[in-house]
Ligand binder design. Structure first.
Ligand code: PMP
Length: 285
């Protein structure tokens, strides 16, 4: 991804893609002092741009990092980088991080908080899973307690176990992994939230120790508008057997049907297809 043409917005300026570099003593690289956003632009409109910018600032606050740009300025940076790359349908990655500076130990308050925004074309996150359902592994790593990490933040440090879980899943021919939380409840996938269907009602883990995704919140709203009951609750592993349908939600994943989790199978059913279609309509509206 580094050596190519294009522009990246870095600390207030558009720079050449291949020149958007940081120093090796960047604090974030050593201590994960970094928060980011994943967003999508559809037909020239960024879906929930302000909500994503606000979440970026909030994630920063949770890590003692005030992002030195307002929601409006972050929104404008995203628009600028899309225009500079001539893209109307793209994935957008904004990242705020502690740079190199006075501190090169654990503390970093004297190092500048920097912001970069890049965008690129990114199609379906799970390939052809949209039609036949993604195959998920069961991760050995557990989502940690909110007393262990600021689990509400979209922070780089929270992804270490996600990357390891996804590598293990891919080695087994799966697209992703479903993670349990520190208590043993079903939590989410490595970069997407999870939903289940049983007897016409929807069940999704209560977002009390993982990212309460904007797509998750959007889909819950859509389901309630459709008069479908949604239960946000703790889900035990033994319940997996009884669920009929399953899907993942996320900015990159959008609404992706799941066909299999470990030894459990799910059908790509009517409700899954309906939610996926309605979500597509909404983001392109
Ligand atoms: N959980 C994790 C760990 C994620 O990385 C993401 C993607 N940002 C999500 C959930 C879904 O969040 P959103 O719908 O806001 O993209």
């Amino acid at each position: 991804y580094d050596d190519r043409d294009g522009k990246i917005w870095l600390d207030g300026k558009l720079v050449e893609w291949r020149d958007a570099n940081v120093h090796i003593l960047t604090h974030a690289l050593h201590y994960a002092s970094s928060v980011f956003e994943g967003e999508r632009c559809y037909n020239g409109k960024i879906f929930k741009s302000s909500e994503h910018s606000a979440r970026l600032r909030r994630s920063g606050e949770l890590l003692d990092m005030e992002v030195p740009y307002s929601v409006e300025q972050i929104n404008a940076a995203k628009e600028a980088v899309l225009a500079a790359n001539g893209l109307t349908d793209a994935y957008i990655r904004a990242i705020a991080f502690r740079g190199a500076g006075e501190d090169m130990g654990v503390a970093s308050l004297n190092n500048p908080v920097r912001l970069a925004v890049a965008c690129w074309t990114w199609g379906s996150y799970y390939g052809d899973a949209k039609f036949k359902g993604a195959k998920l592994d069961i991760a050995k790593w557990k989502r940690p307690s909110p007393e262990t990490i600021p689990s509400e933040a979209k922070a780089a440090g929270l992804y270490m176990i996600c990357t390891m879980s996804k590598h293990a899943a891919q080695a087994k021919g799966c697209s992703d992994a479903m993670m349990f939380d520190y208590r043993g409840y079903v939590a989410e996938a490595t970069g997407a939230n999870i939903f289940f269907v049983k007897d016409g009602e929807v069940h999704t883990p209560k977002a009390d120790c993982f990212l309460n995704g904007l797509t998750r919140q959007t889909v819950i709203g859509m389901l309630r508008d459709m008069q479908i009951k949604v239960h946000e609750r703790h889900i035990l592993p033994e319940e997996l057997e009884g669920f009929e349908q399953c899907w993942l939600t996320g900015t990159a994943a959008e609404v992706t049907p799941v066909g299999q989790i470990g030894d459990y199978n799910f059908e790509v059913g009517e409700l899954t297809k309906r939610v996926s279609t309605e979500y597509e309509k909404l983001v392109r509206a």
